[in-house]
Structures are given as structure tokens and as C-alpha cells.
Design a protein. Structure first.
Length: 191
């Protein structure tokens, strides 16, 4: 028994820490528990680390490629925020695995790097959505408060063209009085 243990210590001290050698030795009958305890275990691939990183990239790029086309996801990118949240959750699990069980999972070096890159992408996206899009230049030709609005034509809900001057000069059908002003209401509708 002592000769066998010395043989194993010699193999692993010499740098032969390959699991293939260990598996061959176990198959040959040299299984005394030393290999199984420390040298036989391969560290697992930390899939949640890569899944979280890729999901954060998909969340960033999908807004510009796909979700900007639809008003429901363009105005408030709730689906992108959900994807970023899932990516952050996966990255947190990956870091917990990498640092909590380093003998089982990989990712102590790559994990913080990919997490920092994912957080940078998330911050860049939030900066673009909350700050950059609100920095629109003021219109020089917009009417001021109290000024007379220029004449314009818009279609109503039935598709009939209605002008501002027509609304101001035609009497109200219920009171037969000329209106003092016109209230224009824009609301979201899909018809």
C-alpha cells in the first residue's frame, strides 16, 4: 500500500496531473482514493457565465435591430430590461459558483471580466435610453405659449381632412356659436 501511494505522489509531483493518466491508473487497479479525492475531478464549464454575457449582448443589440421597430418596445424597452435582468442573475450565479466552489467550476479570472463588460453594456444602454434620447434639440419654429398656431390640416378618425381655420370659422353644431379656440388631442391609436 505504501508503494502505491508513493507511486501516485511521484506521478502527480512530477507534473502528470492529467485526468487521462489518473483514469488509466484507476482502470489498472491502482484505486486507493488519492486520485478520486483531488486529482480526478475536472472543473466544470461555468455555462451561466457565458450565457449571462451573451444574453447581455443580445439585450443590447436586439433593441436596435428588432425592438426599435415596435412602439410597445421602443418607447419603454421593458423587454430589454428583462433580458438585462436575467443576464445579471446568470452572471451572479456564475460568480458565486466560480468563487464559492473554485475546485468544481471555472471562471475565477474570466468571470469578473465578463461581468464587468456586461455591466458596462447595461450602463451604456441605460445611458442611451434615459439620457441620450432626451437630448433632442429645441425646435426654433415651434409656436410659443399664447401665440397663434399656424394653419394646418389633419385627418380625423374617419379619414376626413380637417383644417384648423375650418374649425375656428364653423359654428358649434350644438350651440351654434363660433368657438373661441380649438383643443387638439393626440392619443395613441392603431386603426
Amino acid at each position: 500500500m505504501a508503494a502505491r501511494q508513493l507511486f501516485f505522489y511521484f506521478i502527480f509531483a512530477a507534473g502528470f496531473e492529467s485526468t487521462k493518466i489518473a483514469k488509466c491508473l484507476i482502470a489498472s487497479g491502482f484505486n486507493d482514493g488519492i486520485i478520486v479525492r483531488g486529482f480526478m475531478k475536472d472543473r466544470r464549464w461555468n455555462w451561466s457565465l457565458w450565457a449571462g454575457f451573451l444574453l447581455s449582448l443580445v439585450a443590447f443589440l436586439s433593441y436596435f435591430v428588432l425592438f426599435v421597430r415596435f412602439p410597445l418596445t421602443r418607447d419603454v424597452p421593458w423587454l430589454n430590461f428583462l433580458l438585462f435582468g436575467i443576464a445579471t442573475f446568470l452572471l451572479a450565479i456564475a460568480l458565486k459558483r466560480a468563487f464559492g466552489q473554485p475546485q468544481t467550476y471555472r471562471g475565477k479570472i474570466v468571470g469578473p471580466i465578463l461581468t464587468a463588460l456586461s455591466l458596462a453594456v447595461t450602463v451604456l444602454f441605460c445611458f442611451f435610453i434615459f439620457h441620450f434620447t432626451k437630448q433632442l434639440p429645441k425646435s426654433a419654429g415651434a409656436p410659443r405659449i399664447g401665440a397663434k398656431a399656424p394653419d394646418f390640416e389633419l385627418s380625423d378618425t374617419q379619414g376626413k381632412m380637417v383644417s384648423l381655420s375650418e374649425l375656428l370659422t364653423s359654428p358649434n353644431p350644438s350651440t351654434h356659436l363660433l368657438p373661441k379656440g380649438v383643443l387638439l388631442v393626440f392619443y395613441r391609436g392603431y386603426w
